[in-house]
Design a protein around this ligand. Structure first.
Ligand SMILES: [Zn+2]
Length: 195
């Protein structure tokens, strides 16, 4: 068994959540936030989601499908945003979770769009569209953690880990480990819960 994972997904992508459950040696919590937490106290909401849903999971898997975009609105994305916020939230009781974004097959070509010559540094950069039209801001912010003057992000500059569905299925616990290990890397000090 690997590190225990929690899965944040849109109901439209439930078949993929079920498929993860059928993989060998996957330790995950089969529960989802489906009721709003009735409070205006953000700290309370975060603690409540942690204790009632995320439990002792240390990695949150975020399924990136056709309905995961920030642009669909805060109301529509309430649950996945809160699940990711609680995952990024740390307190004296627990540290933040690692975040693993899995790009579902139907989204692959919308996210990876080849490469381009950078107008700033003149080098070639890959085009990876992790933004408000593909994911909620909790994921995009912590994937492209802002830094002044930066034009390209290497693996050490990102807190969120990104993988295609096929690569994930080939080595699920290897990818979960990679997201888990980010918790102790220097970039973990630059994450934001509510970007
Ligand atoms: Zn550049």
């Amino acid at each position: 068994m690997g590190h225990k994972a929690y899965i944040a997904f849109k109901t439209e992508d439930m078949a993929y959540k079920d498929a993860i459950g059928e993989l060998q040696n996957i330790d995950f919590i089969d529960k989802s936030l489906t009721e709003p937490i009735n409070s205006t106290d953000q700290e309370y909401i975060m603690q409540k989601i942690r204790s009632d849903y995320l439990y002792d999971s240390t990695v949150t898997i975020f399924l990136i499908g056709e309905y995961s975009a920030e642009n669909l609105g805060e109301y529509e994305q309430y649950y996945i945003k809160k699940e990711l916020q609680a995952s990024l939230y740390s307190s004296s009781m627990h540290s933040k979770s690692g975040i693993l974004g899995i790009v579902l097959p139907q989204m692959k070509s919308s996210i990876w769009q080849g490469s381009t010559t950078c107008w700033k540094c003149g080098k070639q950069h890959s085009i990876v569209k992790i933004n408000d039209s593909t994911v909620v801001s909790e994921f995009s912010y912590n994937y492209y953690i802002p830094e002044e003057g930066k034009c390209a992000w290497g693996e050490d500059d990102r807190y969120c880990v990104l993988v295609t569905w096929d690569d994930f299925v080939a080595d699920p616990n290897g990818w979960i480990d990679q997201a888990f290990d980010k918790r102790l890397e220097p970039i973990a000090s630059k994450t934001k819960v509510r970007p």
